[in-house]
Design a protein around this ligand. Structure first.
Ligand code: PGA
Length: 250
């Protein structure tokens, strides 16, 4: 079985002093952890460079968004190449907070993913339904349509990760049931295989949305769950380490 990917999304949290938390994670990671799980922290871009010095060999870093263009007059934006230059090897794209607050469409996400791949980064493309869509019984349709539009043509399956994050589960303490996660991940897997052929089987599908030390093991044990995208619980060394430990027990 492929290594699980446990990624922490710090969102707009963290200034220099919070690197102590990252240092605590790195120093307390049991030896060999990186052989059993791929561990990634996505700090704010302002901390990437300094995080690189702290993260060491066992942890990779990621950005939280990038622009679709390589450079130019895009005030306030950051390119995939800049993230790579600052030490990132992953980038989260199409997070629901970006889709909502920045009106990012599937096409925008696909263009960003293309840019990320050409800069040598591994995109983590997020998809997920709202509460209204789940209640309306269209969660799977919504997610598959986001997936279809957000993966760029000719994407290299080996460097692609998908994160299923129900919008209503993010930061709320609510998680999808294991049945719902199982159903969604199976549908995503099927769509990936029909889009990418046998390589679609290798793409890791993460679950995200209120993953914490108490629910991680049950979620990570599901057959099509290839890891977790963790928000709040990734800001605390102890919690993030116990989620990583849950992936090891599989
Ligand atoms: P959460 O965030 O774990 O705090 O719910 C997950 C995410 O937004 O990626």
């Amino acid at each position: 079985m492929a290594r699980q990917l446990i990624a922490g999304n710090w969102k707009m949290n963290g200034i220099g002093m919070h690197l102590a938390e990252l240092r605590a994670m790195v120093t307390r990671l049991p030896p060999g952890s990186d052989e059993r799980a791929e561990i990634v922290i996505c700090p704010p871009a302002s901390l990437l460079d300094r995080s690189r010095a702290v993260a060491g060999e066992m942890m990779a870093l990621g950005g939280q968004d990038c622009h679709a263009k390589e450079r130019g007059a895009y005030t306030g934006d950051i390119s995939a190449q800049m993230l790579a230059d600052a030490g990132a090897s992953f980038v989260i794209l199409g997070h629901s907070e970006r889709r909502q607050a920045h009106a990012e469409s599937d096409e925008t996400v696909a263009a960003k993913a293309r840019a990320a791949l050409s800069a040598g980064l591994k995109p983590i493309i997020c998809v997920g339904e709202s509460a209204v869509e789940r209640d309306g019984g269209i969660a799977v349709d919504v997610v598959l349509s986001q997936l279809k539009g957000s993966i760029p043509g000719g994407a290299d399956a080996e460097r692609l990760t998908i994160a299923y994050e129900p919008v209503w589960a993010i930061g709320t303490g609510k998680t999808a049931t294991v049945n719902d996660i199982g159903e969604m991940h199976a549908a995503i897997r099927q769509a990936l295989v029909s889009r990418l052929g046998p390589n679609g089987k290798q793409v890791r599908i993460l679950y995200g949305g209120s993953v914490n030390p108490s629910n991680a093991q049950e979620i990570l044990a599901l057959s099509e769950v290839g890891g977790a995208l963790v928000g709040g619980a990734s800001l605390k060394a102890e919690q993030f380490l116990s989620i990583i430990a849950a992936s090891h027990t599989l």
